[in-house]
Design a protein around this ligand. Sequence first.
Ligand code: SF4
Length: 352
Amino acid sequence: MERTREVLGYLDSKIFGRPFFVLFRLTRVCNLRCRMCNVWTKPDVKSEMGLDEIRKVAKILKRLRVPYIVLTGGDPFLRKDILDIIRIFRDVNIHTRIETNGGTHLDKELMDNAVDAGIIDYSTSLDTLDKEKQDMLCKGKDVWQSAVDSLKYAIKKFPGVLPHVNIVVSHHNLSELPELCRFIHELGAYATLAPVVLGEEENSPLFKGFDKSFTFTAMDKEIARDVYDELISLKKGGLNILDSTKFLNHSVGFIRTGDIKWECDGGRWYFEIYPDGEFGLCNEVSMNQNILAGDFVKEFTTRKYKDAVRELRAGCAGCTYPIFREPSYHFRHYPVLFEMMKRYLRELGRWD
Ligand code: SF4
């Protein structure tokens, strides 16, 4: 049922130009201090929307016929009202994924309650097989074990097809990616690999880390093609790698040459809502407008809105985020859609 709804939502978006998914950043608060991310440097709890405002957002998304939402952060499980928020989206019948770091704040009871409240899918972060390295990357303690334990529990409990594991690819883990993906597959989850994006300083746009030790070295650039060829071959052989072959190939290009340009559809097939209700094409490009101001549903279809979005996209240098690139690839490139359909068919046995 859930997957059928997803497929119908995809068709609705493709035919009628509706947004297919919305990334809703509920908070910037995080219990980790990952060196490849800077979202935790701007926690600003006071500006977060409350439940009444989130209810209004849910109604707007429902009117826009958005089929799929990803609740993210910071860590969304750190919001005390997270279960109420999940219920709000369940009540308007929007398929909900939660994205977490799987940290020690996430106990079984909270995960059970999230499933009862209406979460369907689960994503977590894991960047290495080396426990000490994971602690070093995230400036935490027991980060690896906690993420793996939560993931194992999510695989059993969450009703979605398979949980995803978000890997930030950098100098620190490039050579171990095939092994890491095999481990994730054996656990029963999917891997998705986002090449690290670094900013110039701590105040660079959201999510752009600033630690230069993550930079790809000359040796990384040499081995990137071989590493990704192995990943592509593992994927062809049935290993659970969520990213399309197209994205994996583009990642090699980025690692080797820094090329981040692509044809983005931010503001059209997907967009992002920030904790205070401001929205944007993604985490980097804001519309500088609050989604609750005016009639966003009406505005979404206007020439003025479309022109503004187009202009912002044209002014953007690009990015490597699979969460935005992949939906565009699915909409624009039939081989990518075909790859996704093959995966869906493989998963038929798990459909509810
Ligand atoms: S290309 Fe630019 S606007 Fe589009 S998702 Fe990436 S950073 Fe955002």
